[in-house]
Design a protein around this ligand. Structure first.
Ligand code: COA
Ligand code: AMP
Length: 630
């Protein structure tokens, strides 16, 4: 079958398409129907089924006789170590951890926050929760205590599982003090915390609250897989949204299993025994879908990589991992390739390694620029697949489905929609625009299995943020166009989200932090183009009348404030003081115009601008910071 056939077969009968896909999953009680539209425009999938995600990712493979296959390879160039865990070992480790969690009162539906670096125990913690039907919420290690506290208060976890520390190149990041500070800041308090002690920095445990990863498992009965209903949340994953408060994306279990399994086979062309590597982090959706669940559900070997594309120790690390572990499919963000390209422009280091196992490279998380794609094509000599999706959707909305057929590549386009996604470019009135015309990218409801069903305890916010602007559609927040051949082009965001080194961040959240500085009267944060990271945040600060402190001091304090409140991942390092911000007559800050000035792009003077002279002041301030950089 061609891609066109597969897409058409979904479109003509979505119910049969997803029921067919569901047959590849191991059910406790199989579904009798796929879609449940009783609460439209809120949709659920496979609601009358019973299933367990951990069983499908782990036990099922052991029962099928593949217990001795490696399930997880941990490769850490930072600690100079590599180790493998078989499916049978993984089952035992996860059952033991789940048993210990159960003995301390964790049950189906309880939330458990996981705050861990790239160690296999992070996946084991996720799977142990899934085994019990507990809902995990993984928080990325680069977030500060305050962000963790916000998530603790929203998810109200009964337990938190954390490591004593994470490892960044050249520095140990002590997680435990961040965890303690977050619990102190949060209103909700977990019953207990499980701490994985790492030898690089052993943490002091709080008596009566903290237990050690190994000792709390001593003597407990291993836990069996607990069946959950199809719509039971597998996890909540927080992502940046249109305000400072993160959105808790809810992922129902059955759809998650069916869609990930479908995508592993049809999109990534991977199955039993293949080595699949997504060089991302468990704190992001890529980590959930394609480090943990997807490859394991499909019976692959997955790689947990604790390192960076460059500097651990050099720009050849990726090639070493691909060679040593015989990686078939490699997934990363374009920014990682830009970092490598900068250090090794001619790909000299690639020649030192044997990459014959590699069959395809997948890029996502941000727009893949043509230079990066062509560099990768030239040096790796495999298909380079740009694909587009979001935390909310959990699996690719659009891409080139190698497991079905390899479509012609159009550089700059993440190719075509996957079955399940009817993607449209809409005008302000919600009408589809002509091919090649820029519009808001929206997906006709219902979204397919594996996508979010709602936001955690925030159904109204879910409807308002995604479903209300274009009735009958899910609003992606991206703008772009669709060409005559149905290829998608994703050009920009329509909200305050920026993408820094493949990390999704909210400028609104940064503005909230800056506004809390005692000397700041008003502020704006924009995302400016950056050659390595795609975008970088840049802040404009208007100080309170009468503030006569040196501007450099205020800027320094503001940079520190964002790092302390949001975390190093925000990469907020650039700010300047200005007298006024450019606004429309109704008081809306003209952030888009400021971005254009910073990026050196032509712009039309907004008709509604209150005082055009302010733009000159902004240009002067930007010039002092070296913008436009080109
Ligand atoms: N724990 C603690 N701190 C972290 C962290 C973590 N898990 N991850 C990142 N940080 C810190 C970094 O150390 C850095 O700190 P610094 O300001 O002291 O240097 C800061 O957060 C910013 O990190 P990052 O934006 O990642 O920059 P970098 O200079 O460390 O690395 C790249 C740049 C391009 C090499 C890196 O961003 C990268 O590999 N990106 C790929 C991203 C990715 O996989 N995204 C997932 C979507 S597929
Ligand atoms: P996240 O939820 O962190 O995965 O970020 C999702 C957002 O990243 C999308 O809404 C896009 O703005 C951007 N994005 C992801 N993949 C791509 C891509 N292939 N091309 C362009 N933008 C992308």
């Amino acid at each position: 079958m061609t891609y066109r056939d597969v897409y058409a077969s979904w479109k003509s009968d979505p119910e049969s398409f997803w029921m067919d896909a569901a047959r590849s999953i191991g059910w406790v009680k199989p579904p009798t129907r796929a879609l449940n539209d009783a609460r439209a425009p809120l949709y659920e999938w496979f609601t009358d089924a019973e299933v367990n995600a951990c069983w499908n990712a782990v036990d099922r493979h052991v029962e099928a006789g593949r217990g001795s296959q490696i399930a997880i390879i941990h490769d850490s160039p930072i600690t100079h170590s590599t180790k493998g865990i078989t499916y049978a070992e993984l089952r035992d480790r996860v059952a033991s951890l789940a048993g210990a969690l159960r003995a301390k009162g964790i049950e189906k539906g309880d939330r458990v926050i996981i705050y861990m670096p790239m160690v296999p125990e992070a996946l084991e913690a996720m799977l142990a929760c899934a085994r019990l039907g507990a809902i995990h919420s993984v928080v990325f290690g680069g977030f500060a205590a305050n962000e963790l506290a916000v998530r603790i208060d929203d998810a109200t976890p009964k337990a938190i599982i954390a490591a004593s520390c994470g490892l960044e190149p050249g520095r140990v990041v002590p997680y435990k003090p961040l965890l303690d500070a977050a619990i102190e800041l949060a209103t909700h308090k977990p019953d207990f915390c499980v701490i994985l002690q790492r030898e690089q920095q052993v943490a002091k445990l709080v008596e009566g609250r903290d237990v050690a990863w190994h000792s709390f498992q001593y003597g407990v009965e291993p836990a069996e897989c607990v069946p959950v209903s199809g719509d039971h949340p597998a996890y909540v994953l927080y992502t940046s949204g249109t305000t400072g408060a993160p959105k808790g994306v809810v992922r129902p279990t059955a759809g998650h299993l069916v869609a990930l399994n479908w995508s592993m086979q049809n999109f990534f062309n991977c199955g039993i025994g293949d080595v699949f590597w997504a060089a991302s982090d468990v704190g992001w959706v890529v980590g959930h879908s394609y480090i943990c669940y997807g490859p394991l559900i499909a019976g692959c070997t997955t790689i947990v990589f604790e390192g960076k594309p460059v500097g651990t120790p050099d720009a050849g690390t990726f090639w070493r991992v691909i060679q040593n572990h015989k990686v078939k499919t490699f997934f990363t963000a374009p920014t990682a390739f830009r970092a490598i390209k900068r250090e090794d422009p001619n790909g000299e280091l690639i020649k030192d390694y044997n990459l014959k196992s590699l069959k395809a490279l997948y890029l996502a998380g941000e727009r893949a620029d043509p230079d990066t794609i062509m560099w990768a094509q030239r040096h790796l000599n495999v298909p380079v697949i740009d694909h587009w999706w979001q935390t909310e959707t959990g699996w690719p909305i659009a891409g080139n489905p190698l497991g079905i057929e390899e479509l012609p590549v159009k550089i700059g386009s993440p190719s075509v929609p996957m079955p399940g996604y009817d993607v449209q470019a809409l005008d302000e009135g919600g009408h589809s625009v002509a091919p090649g015309t820029l519009g808001a990218i929206a997906i006709k409801l219902p979204l397919p299995p594996g996508t979010l069903s709602t936001l955690w305890h925030a159904e109204e916010r879910f409807k308002k943020a995604y479903l209300s602007h274009f009735p009958g559609y899910y609003e992606t927040g991206d703008a772009g166009y669709i060409d005559e051949d149905g290829y998608l082009y994703i050009m920009a965001r329509t909200d305050d989200v920026i993408n820094v080194a493949g990390h999704r961040l909210s400028t609104g959240a940064m503005e909230e932090v800056l506004a809390s500085h005692r000397d700041v009267a008003e502020c704006a944060v924009i995302g400016v183009a950056d050659q390595l990271k795609g975008q970088m945040p840049l802040g404009f600060l208007c100080l309170n009348k009468g503030t006569n402190r040196p501007h450099e001091d205020v800027v320094k304090e503001c940079v520190k404030l964002v790092r302390d409140q949001i975390g190093p991942v925000a990469a907020f390092k650039l700010a300047c003081v200005v007298d006024r911000l450019p606004k429309t007559r109704s008081g809306k800050i003209l952030r888009g115009t400021m971005v254009k000035i910073a990026d050196g792009e032509a712009f039309k003077m907004p008709a509604t601008i209150d005082d055009p002279a302010i733009l000159d002041e902004i240009a002067v301030a930007l010039k002092a910071l070296g913008y436009p950089a080109r």
